[in-house]
Write a protein that binds this ligand. Structure first.
Ligand code: COI
Length: 355
């Protein structure tokens, strides 16, 4: 692992006093972690520095050809005041997988992880205290060559910024309404759907805006070929409960392999639920909601945690799920996952790193 230098800020910011008003990703801490890459040299100069602007040439390749990937992970404050991270090494490993698909260099995962810990330790007072709050950590890699030819860049910047957050959706655990997108698609086989590249999110913004105008929080993406099968909700993987049987779309290359998705599937099995990963036709989901066989729907994600879905709308047809309330399966999984993340329940899977 490389030595990380630290330059402390001389102008610490005022921290938010009302943690109930944090929202998501609006405030940033005092420091950030940076590390540079050059082809032939590898990753170098890992450093924690005061949070601040970058100065980039307008011809920097990330602005033109979008070699940009990111991750999302969180630091939680335990009741005893101590801090802990949840599966951060899995985020770094996923960033390397995203990088490979995007023609970007593999991350120096060990140094990135050490930088993340150093940064969070330095900004520890920014980790909020209130139930349901955390420090959201955003590792990001961008191409920084200055040229207009379409090639993989030879220079990259890896950075980590942190933001104290509350719940991702404004109403917390209150079930959200989701619009099933039947015009646009998010990803196709052989594309970048399994990566956390910025372009996947850019491609989702128009559909998200249209759904919001119709009163829905997000869109549910269908497969990019037949537009028949359930994929994911951009910021969350989707799960459906049939009583105590949980089903979720199989990872097929166009769905993000969510770390929360994997944690929930593991915990669900350990709690005795039946779990299957399948190709799920949206028509079957709608039929099963109508017949009452499908009892709950919920999304999983680092930002979203577990978000119950109380309504699905497709081509104007609106169906309420589970009476529009959070169901027992989502509640049990939420309590178990957050119990581990906040240090209230034993970490039998060794997912937690104490700081
Ligand atoms: C996350 O859950 O960390 C995400 O990256 C989703 C979203 C905020 C873009």
């Amino acid at each position: 692992m490389q030595e990380i230098t630290v330059t402390r800020t001389t102008q610490p910011k005022v921290k938010p006093t009302d943690e109930s008003k944090l929202g998501f990703g609006k405030i940033f801490t005092d420091h950030m972690f940076l590390m540079d890459y050059e082809a032939g040299k590898g990753w170098f100069n890992p450093r924690v520095v005061p949070y601040g602007n970058f100065s980039l040439d307008p011809a920097t390749t990330v602005f033109h050809y979008g070699q940009a990937i990111f991750e999302g992970t969180k630091c939680y404050r335990r009741a005893d005041g101590g801090l802990q991270l949840f599966r951060p090494a899995d985020n770094m490993a996923r960033m390397t997988r995203s990088a490979k698909r995007m023609g970007m260099p593999a991350l120096d995962e060990e140094t990135a992880l050490a930088g993340l810990k150093k940064l969070v330790e330095l900004d520890a007072d920014w980790v909020p205290h209130q139930d349901g709050t955390s420090l959201y950590i955003r590792p990001t890699m961008i191409a920084t060559d200055v040229m207009l030819g379409v090639h993989a860049a030879a220079r990259y910047l890896f950075f980590i910024i942190c933001s104290p957050v509350g719940s991702y959706y404004k109403d917390g655990l209150k079930p959200v309404g989701i619009y099933v997108e039947d015009e646009y698609v998010r990803a196709v086989r052989g594309g970048t759907g399994f990566t956390k590249c910025a372009g996947n999110y850019a491609a989702s913004i128009l559909a998200g805006d249209v759904a919001e105008q119709k009163g829905y929080s997000q869109v549910l993406w269908l497969d990019g070929v037949e537009q028949k099968y359930v994929e994911e909700v951009g910021s969350m993987n989707m799960m459906f409960a049939y009583g105590n049987h949980i089903v979720t779309p199989t990872l097929n290359g166009s769905i993000l392999p969510g770390i929360t998705r994997d944690s929930i599937l593991t915990l669900a099995r350990q709690l005795g639920y039946e779990v299957s990963e399948e190709r799920l036709a949206i028509a079957d989901i709608f039929a099963d909601i109508k017949s009452g066989k499908l009892t709950e729907a919920f999304g999983t994600g680092t930002a979203a945690v577990i978000s119950p879905v109380g309504e699905l709308c497709m081509k104007g047809e609106k169906l309420v799920i589970g009476g529009g309330q959070i169901g027992p399966v989502a509640q049990k999984l939420y309590d178990t996952l957050t119990g581990i993340q906040y240090g209230k329940l034993p970490d039998e899977n060794h997912w937690v790193t104490k700081l």
